[in-house]
Design a protein around this ligand. Structure first.
Ligand SMILES: [Zn+2]
Length: 96
């Protein structure tokens, strides 16, 4: 690998039941802790790490969120909303 770009180590996606909020648990690059990246209505809004924002955690989580909606992109916003509602289970979803 020639790239020096960091990649966020995303461990969990947590959907908060009844809210338009998703929290991603991202493991720190020094392997010491987990950070929480908050997503509001499909847009990353913040990260609990001490780095200057937007950090690479926020960038990678936004990419992950965007990748979740291929059907919504094909069928329009109505389908996208329906998928989001069906997926809101309020539980931890392992990313691997
Ligand atoms: Zn961060």
């Amino acid at each position: 690998m020639a790239t020096a770009t960091k990649q966020a180590d995303i461990r969990y996606r947590v959907e908060l039941k009844g809210k338009e909020i998703v929290v991603y648990k991202v493991h720190s690059s020094d392997d010491s802790q987990d950070y929480e990246v908050t997503v509001f209505e499909g847009k990353v809004s913040g990260c609990s790490c001490p780095a200057t924002k937007p950090c690479y955690h926020m960038r990678d989580v936004q990419a992950r969120e965007d990748a979740r909606k291929p059907i919504g992109t094909l069928n329009g916003r109505g389908a996208e909303v329906k998928i989001e509602r069906a997926g809101r289970l309020g539980k931890l979803v392992p990313m691997r």
